[in-house]
Ligand binder design. Structure first.
Ligand SMILES: NC(=O)C1=CN([C@@H]2O[C@H](COP(=O)(O)OP(=O)(O)OC[C@H]3O[C@@H](n4cnc5c(N)ncnc54)[C@H](OP(=O)(O)O)[C@@H]3O)[C@@H](O)[C@H]2O)C=CC1
Ligand SMILES: CC[C@](O)(C(C)=O)C(=O)O
Ligand SMILES: [Mg+2]
Ligand SMILES: [Mg+2]
Length: 337
């Protein structure tokens, strides 16, 4: 199945420049969207609760910060970039009362629409601009004149121009420099959850930790194991990013390539593939969404425990020491650029 990919020349920045945009939330994605839209000449206001710790970060950047309800009331386009689990209550309390015909409700991920946690009225546009990358890199790439690809979708086209408006927004954050793909809320939500669970975050982190454990438990130095299993992974993935798996295989030694071809499928075997299919099934059926919403409502006990266990893994201590010697690696995370 072929998809439509849109680039800068396909998008009219003037559409979003002609609207007032409320960015609700100023975290990883929120700061990137808000600052890049502003730098693209868009009138932006930030919506954050009164006691939010993000408020000073946005204000330091000269952005106007209101409550979510005030920002939603002022804006023509309301982009929700609060945590997925906070969006249902946020929408009911602050956004829904401030929607009116002609306004547009935007999302950075389809979770709340796909799983029926938010049901907007029929007279507003409902669209999504979902960058395929972490917010801090969305901003960094924009500043560097590059862009992170985006998925763009329209759930409800009350105005008849929702897609063009979403594409214009994507241009404002640098997405159409790299390419914006037209998709649906369902496809974005299900593939995004699958990607982060099985490959990008869950799969990659477990692979790195397990490789580190096997080497250190066999008596090898943690520093050697760290460089081998974590640091070098970025350099290997950089080659895949630039030219696919083929370019990585071109650059590594024939010995590495033979080991890759003969041993890789033993690590990621049919059992792993079957588990990936199960994970996808839990996403498609809504089981994962129900579990995550219930976990959040219970105060996130498992999330907190697993996060603490991850932070206490020996690879973190080893990495901290080694990265301290590499000023170009330990780049601080900021909500400015
Ligand atoms: N992280 C990423 O790179 C990506 C995220 N997305 C999607 O973007 C959305 C935002 O995620 P992400 O940027 O990670 O979120 P973060 O957790 O990084 O930031 C959330 C922001 O929302 C604020 N916030 C929390 N509760 C509320 C509320 N009730 N009302 C208004 N603001 C609130 C937080 O303020 P405070 O500082 O006070 O907590 C913070 O500024 C999600 O839908 C996510 O799936 C999509 C692609 C990638
Ligand atoms: C890979 C994780 C992600 O989907 C992202 C940065 O794209 C997220 O939800 O943060
Ligand atoms: Mg993602
Ligand atoms: Mg995601």
């Amino acid at each position: 199945m072929s998809v439509e990919v849109y680039y800068d020349d396909d998008a009219d920045l003037g559409l979003i420049q002609g609207r007032k945009v409320a960015v609700i939330g100023y975290g990883s994605q929120g700061h990137a969207h808000a600052l890049s839209l502003r730098d693209s000449g868009v009138d932006v206001v930030i919506g954050l609760p009164a006691g939010s710790k993000s408020r000073p970060k946005a204000e330091e950047q000269g952005l106007r910060v209101l409550t979510p309800a005030e920002a939603a009331a002022e804006a023509d386009v309301i982009m929700i970039l609060a945590p997925d689990t906070a969006q249902r209550a946020l929408y009911a309390e602050a956004i829904a009362p401030n929607l009116a015909p002609g306004k547009a409700l935007f999302f950075g991920h389809g979770f709340n629409i796909r799983y029926g946690l938010i049901t907007p009225p029929a007279d507003v546009d409902v669209a999504m601009v979902a960058p395929k990358g972490p917010g801090h890199l969305v901003r960094r790439q924009y500043v560097d004149g590059k862009g992170v690809p985006c998925l763009v979708a329209v759930e409800q086209d009350a105005s008849g121009t929702a897609f063009q408006l979403a594409l214009s927004y994507a241009k404002g954050i640098g997405g159409t420099r790299a390419g914006a793909i037209r998709t649906t809320f369902t496809e974005e939500t299900e593939t995004d959850l699958f990607g982060e669970q099985a490959v990008l975050c869950g799969g990659a982190a477990a692979l790195v930790q397990t490789g580190f454990e096997v080497l250190t438990e066999a008596g090898y130095a943690p520093e050697v194991a760290y460089f081998e299993c974590l640091h070098e992974l970025k350099l290997i993935v950089d080659l895949m990013y630039e030219g696919g798996i083929a370019r990585m295989r071109y650059s590594v030694s024939d010995t590495a390539e033979y080991g890759d071809l003969s041993r890789g499928p033993r690590v990621i075997d049919s059992r792993v593939k079957e588990e990936m299919r199960k994970i996808l099934g839990e996403i498609q059926s809504g089981e994962f969404a129900r579990e995550w919403v219930a976990e959040d409502e219970a105060g996130r006990p498992n999330f907190a425990k697993w996060r603490a266990e991850g932070a206490a893994h020996p690879i973190e201590e080893t990495g901290q020491k080694l990265r301290a010697m590499m000023s170009w690696v330990d780049r601080p995370i900021t909500e400015t650029a």
